[in-house]
Each structure stands twice: as structure tokens, then as C-alpha cells.
Design a protein around this ligand. Structure first.
Ligand code: SAM
Length: 267
């Protein structure tokens, strides 16, 4: 991790210590990148935390931004409760389930769920990804309009491995547990989104997703929802109840109990 200005050096150093990453202070991005041993550098500059590939050929920086760009566009024009993810978590008139998002990543799904009115507790185990998301939430909270702040207030982020965290809890931790583990990408690397290419190198393939599904099934109240690429096999270890298919993704639903009793309750 590198900080590029003295204004953020203390925060960046604290963040590096928390996540066990080596820390350098540098005068410029070029200087910082030229000293990196490895493929990626987490940079803290005046715009917050960003992940840079050391090789420029790989692409540009990844940063979390909830108030502009894709997340904001989806908030305003994304189809609301008609979206497949809304159907998958059981959103209906009068039903806004609480969600434990066990694979927070860059928080895009958590933000969509919170926009739809769900309270979301999200866990991320990669210190690099956690640092990006935590900083994205922090910056968003500094500049949010009241309606955006309501959404952000529904999201709580944990730095944790969801398998061990879930195994240590008494049920139920949430109405719905949502899983979106990394899946080895089949498409040509140029077609895979930049974020997913970087993630593949930084966090790997989440080979323990069947342990995560088992832990989730023991601690969800109504259902577990697993997001997969449309043609990917189901996670081993349990039989899904139904699947909702989109153009490129699929949501496998493992139902434990009818959600009708939630009607009218504020979760
Ligand atoms: C495909 S990404 C999730 C993307 C996320 N749904 C979004 O909308 O941005 C998978 C993420 O889950 C995290 N992850 C996988 N297994 C986990 C676990 N057991 N506990 C916590 N995080 C986990 C990985 O580190 C990775 O950041």
C-alpha cells in the first residue's frame, strides 16, 4: 500500500497495518509503482483508495464510487424491484428482508439491495478488497445527499471470513444470506470486466464456496441466494429450490421457509 500525499499518510499507514500490507510513502504514482514487488498496488491519494495494476497494459485503477457512474445510474434507472436480484431475495410489496451479504466484493450488489430498502450486513475477507470498499463507503458518506445517505445507512461492512463468522453466530443472522463467490471466468480475458480480472489475481477463485453455502444454510432465516454465471454449475453440497436466469447471471435459491410471514413487518 502506498500513500501519495502527507495529508493521507497516517490514515494509509493505519490501513496498511490493519490489513498486514507493506507500506510506502511516495511522491508520485510512477515512483510508487516502480517500487512494487508484485502485480498490484493499493494507493491512498486525495481521491481515496484505488487499486492499480503495476503493468499499464492491464488497465487503469479500480476505485469504489457509489455516488456517480454505474452504481448511481443503476439506482436511478436500474428497474427497482423488477430486477432479478430483487426477486431472488424475495422482495415484494411489504417485504424488505434483511440480508447478510457474505461476499461483499466492491459492494455493488449490497448497494443495489440497500437501494431497494433492505438492511445489509456485508462481509469481505480480502484485506485489499475490504480497504477499497470501506473507503468507498467512507467517501460516499462524506458527500451523500439525504436520499443517498438513507441507502448508505442501511449498509454495515465487516472485515471477516464469512465462513468462520457465520459458524460463530447463533441463527438466524438475517432473513436472507446472499453469496456471490468468485467463479473462474471462461470468457476471453479482454472481455471480462477490469474489476473481475484484477480480483481473479488478487483474491483467486473462492474454492471454499461449498463450505460457505453449508454455513449460510445453517444461519439464514428464510433463504440463501447464490449468484452464478448463467451456465455455471451449482455450488456442490445442497439442492437448490429454484433458479432465476438472466442474460449472463443466474440466481440459485435455496428456500428454507416461506417469506410471507414477513409481510408488513419492517425488518
Ligand atoms: C465476485 S466478488 C463479489 C462481488 C459483489 N457481489 C459485488 O457486487 O461487488 C467475490 C468477493 O467475495 C469475497 N469472498 C469470497 N468468499 C468469502 C468469504 N468466505 N468471506 C468473506 N468474503 C468472501 C472475495 O474476496 C471477493 O471479494
Amino acid at each position: 500500500m502506498a500513500s501519495l500525499s502527507s495529508a493521507c499518510a497516517a490514515a494509509a499507514e493505519g490501513m496498511a497495518q490493519d490489513s498486514g500490507l507493506p507500506f510506502v510513502e511516495a511522491g508520485s504514482l510512477e515512483e510508487a509503482l516502480s517500487n512494487v514487488v508484485g502485480q498490484y498496488l493499493l494507493v491512498y491519494d486525495d481521491g481515496g483508495v484505488a487499486l492499480y495494476p503495476v503493468s499499464k497494459k492491464e488497465g487503469g485503477a479500480v476505485r469504489v464510487d457509489f455516488l456517480q457512474g454505474k452504481s448511481d445510474h443503476r439506482r436511478k434507472h436500474g428497474g427497482g424491484s423488477g430486477q432479478l436480484i430483487a426477486k431472488a431475495v424475495g422482495l415484494k410489496t411489504g417485504i424488505r428482508p434483511s440480508v447478510f451479504d457474505a461476499t461483499a466484493g466492491l459492494g455493488q450488489d449490497a448497494f443495489v439491495l440497500a437501494t431497494l430498502g433492505c438492511t445489509v450486513l456485508a462481509a469481505e475477507r480480502s484485506p485489499v478488497v475490504y480497504a477499497l470498499l470501506n473507503d468507498g463507503l467512507r467517501r460516499a458518506r462524506l458527500q451523500a445527499q439525504p436520499d443517498q445517505m438513507d441507502i448508505l445507512d442501511r449498509i454495515t461492512l465487516l472485515s471477516a471470513n464469512a465462513v468462520s463468522w457465520l459458524n460463530a453466530q447463533t441463527p438466524a443472522v438475517a432473513d436472507v444470506i446472499y453469496l456471490d463467490p468468485m467463479f473462474p471466468a471462461r470468457e476471453k480475458s479482454s472481455l471480462v470486466k477490469k474489476e473481475m480480472r484484477y480480483f481473479k489475481n488478487v483474491v483467486g477463485a473462492d474454492a471454499d464456496s461449498s463450505e460457505l453455502l453449508t454455513a449460510a444454510l445453517a444461519k439464514a432465516k428464510y433463504r440463501v441466494v447464490v449468484k452464478r454465471p448463467r451456465l455455471a454449475p451449482c455450488i456442490d453440497g445442497a439442492q437448490r429450490t429454484l433458479a432465476i436466469e438472466g442474460k449472463s447471471s443466474r440466481y440459485d435459491i435455496y428456500a428454507l421457509k416461506s417469506m410471507d410471514e414477513l409481510k408488513g413487518k419492517d425488518s
